[in-house]
Design a protein around this ligand. Sequence first.
Ligand code: GRF
Length: 203
Amino acid sequence: MKVVRVAIFASGTGSNALALIKKAQRLSGIEVAFVLSDQEKASVLQKAQEEGTKTFIVTRKTDRNFQEAEILELLQAYQIDWIFLAGYMRMLSPAFLKTFAKWHGDASQVVNIHPSILPNYPGVDSIRRAYQDEVFETGVTIHLVDEGMDTGRILQQESLIIDPQESLESFSQRMHQLEHRMYSSFLESLTKDRKTFYFEGKM
Ligand code: GRF
């Protein structure tokens, strides 16, 4: 079976990126070809390098098209099959998503992980907002990426009950553990069956 080649896009800490890299190291049939960041100082870069994973920095340009053109060149050069967003703080344009889908038989192969049960709490600070609202439970979503903010088709969700006695710090930690487990097992699932989600944007 062909090796599935993954690129991870991340802007920050990189705990999800690290979990994916470590999972891929234990699997055959999948390879994290590189980690890409738009932030020169993101600690994800060091984490990836310590695991022997290639990293690239493509900083923001005044025109998003220039940044995305550079990224598309990398994706093509490394024959990337799937993009995993892991705390990547930049929206991808419809043109970018369309081009990447075209390379894969019009299939959407860009996913994101988000710390809430979407459509609740999209955007930033979702764990803290849910905690402060004292909701009974929140959770984690893996979804396809479209041009909106956390609006793509939902692929998987798991919920987590907030213990009212628990600190925000401890709850956040449990949320991140759940993210790492879910994203790693989604990665692993790509080695088992070919998933096809047809691109729903305009071709
Ligand atoms: C995670 O909570 C992820 O769900 C969200 O951004 C955060 C990134 O955290 N999209 P990390 O950099 O992977 O630690």
